[in-house]
Design a protein around this ligand. Sequence first.
Ligand code: ADP
Ligand code: 5GP
Length: 206
Amino acid sequence: MNKSGVLVVFSGPSGSGKGTVLAEYFKAHPEAAFSVSATTRAPRPGEVDGVNYHFVTRERFEEMIRAGEVLEHTQYNGNYYGSPAGPIRQELAAGRDVVLEIEVEGAMQVRQRFPEAVLIFVAPPSYRELEARLTGRGTESPEQIAGRLAAARREMAMAPRYDYLLVNDRVEDAARRLGEIIAAAKCAPGRQQEFLRQFDEENTEK
Ligand code: ADP
Ligand code: 5GP
């Protein structure tokens, strides 16, 4: 049966552990696809074009918007970010699940365009733990950490707009629950219309 994959949107405050949980999830699900976003921000040390992001100019990004080449997009800290539509549609059509790690505004655009998408919000177990993780990661200055903590308070208020709230307590547990959420989504009757149609046909033949 030729079933479309599940479109998964993964959001959450910086430092909540999105990248860590996804890495654990993809270890167990190498068949799933991660959507590489396009952005106009500069690469950070170690980031590779085409792997972490497609790094593009503002002109190119605005052309992508005009041509309808992004499924959703937003501006964040003065830079564009968006999810290239072509690869996402191809992966879904091939039956592969696709994960978009994007912020809230983009997530709501995906919901409008793909009502069947599964929206998951990742939260740290506590605000205190979030601060500890951001400090432990060591990639931001104390000022940047303070900014991210303030942003986290605002972002957490968006959690009720998602389908699922995934508390990242232990990485392995969170990654397992993510797999369970995606597996459950595949059981929705709306995703099994081909099965229902074939079942119906078989009955009427007799
Ligand atoms: P995000 O992608 O949401 O910004 P990261 O995946 O970079 O977050 O995680 C932030 C920091 O917290 C990293 O140093 C990571 O190793 C750590 N971390 C992530 N998940 C957990 C967890 N469940 N328990 C303890 N530390 C974690
Ligand atoms: P960063 O610059 O730290 O990599 O990402 C900044 C924010 O942009 C994060 O919240 C990240 O999830 C979000 N982001 C990354 N790619 C996309 C995208 O394609 N679309 C949207 N809407 N947000 C994105």
